[in-house]
Each structure stands twice: as C-alpha cells, then as structure tokens.
Write a protein that binds this ligand. Sequence first.
Ligand code: NI
Ligand code: MN
Length: 225
Amino acid sequence: MKITYLGHAALAIELGDTHIIVDPFISPNELAKDININELKADYILITHAHQDHIVDVEAIAKNTGAKIVSNFEIVTHYGNLGLEGHPMNHGGSWQFDFGRLTYTNAIHTSSFPDGSYGGQPGGFILETSEGNLYIAGDTALTMDMKLIPMQCKIDLAVLPIGDNFTMGIESAVIAADFIECKNIIGYHYDTFGYIIIDHDDAQAAFSKAGKDLTLLPIGDSLTL
Ligand code: NI
Ligand code: MN
C-alpha cells in the first residue's frame, strides 16, 4: 500500500492496481500547486465529510476518471444527483470492495456542503487490505469511540488530523494514537490555513516522547506500508 500526501486532508492510495483518492482539496491549495488533478488516477474517491476543504475537486476527478464516490448516504446522494456513481455507507457499516474491506467510522465534527445544505454526519475510514490496515480519521475531535477500533481491527498505520482549531491538535492526536493502539501515524489537516499552522518540531517531539512515530510527508511524497 502506497500513500501519497496531496496536501491538507487529501491522499492518494495505491493498492495493487487500484487507485483511491481521499478528500481532494488540491486546486485551491497554494501549497499543493505542483499536484495536477488532471493527472490523478482514481477508481474510487473516499469522502469523509462535505466541507469544502474535502470535496472541492471531487467532481472534476470523478468526471476525468469515472471513479466511484464512497461516502455517507447524503454525500453520495448529492453526487448521484449530479450524475456521478457512488456507494453509500453510514457509521459502523463495512463493505467488501475489490481493494479490501472498508468501514465508515465515527467522527466528531460537522458536515455541511459549502452552500449550507446537509452533508450527513462526518466520518472516517478503516481500510483492511492484504497489504495492511489503514485508519483515516477524517476531521474529528479526540473521541472515546476510537477505543473501539482496535477491538475489531489491528491498525498498522493511521492518518490523524493534528492542526488543532477545527480538529484534534497534537496533544489529542497523541492520545488518539494510544486509543487506536497504533504507533505509526501520518499527520494531516495542518498548515493549509492560518488557523491550523503547527510547529513541526514540536509535533515530532510530542509523538516521540510518547513512543510513537509521526510522519509529516512533504506534499507529493509517499510512504509505503
Ligand atoms: Ni471539516
Ligand atoms: Mn477540514
């Protein structure tokens, strides 16, 4: 499993021949100006919630690639009304896709579309695959629900928000790593806007003090599980 950071909360995941894009917010992100959305491959687009900083490039990528949109029922219905194919899920539900088993997890956040319309309830994803298990938390607070995850699935790598203000900050993310019983963390949802700029050295120090490994991928760089 190869995970490429596309900036903010956007990821590209390669699993064998399957390409997955998560929460694409690329074209308005000055920090991600070297990523060309027209060159992205996608069989699936996973969307954690309907906020603009997670969906802005969904339509363009879906139209370019024919990718299937996977998200909560309301978001998939929204894109279905625009003629885009999708697979609706809701919290606690899992589905066996060709790339592995996907679960839509709880998140504490909000989920309105940019026009204020209802975007269902926000979530995260667990991908269980033959190449390892990945947890993508989505925008969320630290939540006790995270303790349920290792009771059902061993997480090999987790992507956690660390930017604070709109989501967990660094201290909460360290506790989240404990709750999900995972030492290998990729941080995301930081540095994009003024409210979420973090000190990278402080973040690394907080995780290493807790015996955990925080990776802050430069935009466009990848980590292989
Ligand atoms: Ni959000
Ligand atoms: Mn966000």
